[in-house]
Design a protein around this ligand. Structure first.
Ligand code: ADP
Ligand code: MG
Ligand code: MG
Length: 211
């Protein structure tokens, strides 16, 4: 497939809502080990609100869709993850612009802009044990796959695989950002909840593009 349209991106968001709802308890369990046991609830609540917002109909343009997602997350999730994921989608939308579909390079640029939004907001660095540790390798893998001549769908699958590996690599890290950092060395031995939800984000993107 050469380009990803607004309907497919809306399908991504719907799949992600369903996935974080199905995995709410697991995400909360991860957060109960090194945080305050609300990550699953935060994500499920935020994306339920997004689903309600989009129920009226899918916006015609990619920027409208992604900005609606971002603004809804910022306003409906109190935890750190709301503004972080909210900024990700807002920046993705700004990068995409008022278009009805994104080709591979445009989607790559939008994902990169979203990642940079998270960096601007939370100042995470590689190895801090945050969602960044799943997202940065995913965005890099997407770029690398496109550069190798992969289709958008194959690039999204490569990104999802890289996000999952990044999530798994947070297990042994000591947290340096967010609530988990309060635990110091005791944060090691647990997966980061935000890295786990980010791996799901890229898995659902790959699934929405593949179908
Ligand atoms: P809260 O910590 O406010 O309860 P959540 O539990 O919903 O919010 O989200 C926690 C996740 O947010 C962490 O697992 C981590 O991935 C991410 N996070 C926290 N602080 C930062 C930060 N400064 N930069 C990037 N990600 C962060
Ligand atoms: Mg929490
Ligand atoms: Mg909280």
């Amino acid at each position: 497939m050469a380009a990803v349209g607004t309907a497919q991106l809306a399908d991504w968001i719907t799949r992600y809502r369903d996935a974080v709802t199905a995995q709410r308890d697991w995400l909360t369990e991860l957060d109960s080990a090194i945080g305050d046991a609300d990550h699953g609830a935060n994500m499920a609540r935020g994306f339920a609100a997004v689903g309600d917002k989009l129920a009226a109909g899918t916006p015609a343009t990619v920027d409208e869709l992604l900005k609606t997602v971002g603004m809804t997350l910022v306003s409906s999730v109190g935890g750190a993850s709301g503004p972080l994921y909210g900024t990700f989608f807002l920046r993705m939308g700004m990068s995409a612009g008022a278009v009805s579909e994104l080709d591979g390079p445009a989607l790559a640029a939008a994902l990169r802009a979203g990642l940079e939004g998270i960096v601007a907001r939370g100042k995470p660095e590689a190895g801090d044990k945050t969602m960044y540790d799943a997202m940065a390798p995913a965005v890099d893998a997407f770029d690398a796959a496109l550069a190798d001549g992969s289709s958008v769908g194959d690039a999204a699958r490569a990104a999802a695989d890289a996000a999952a590996a990044g999530r798994d690599a947070t297990l042994d890290l000591v947290a340096r950002k967010g609530r988990a950092s309060y635990l110091g060395e005791r944060s090691a031995g647990h997966l980061d909840p935000g890295a786990a939800s980010t791996a799901i984000l890229f898995d659902t993107l790959a699934a929405a593009i593949a179908d």
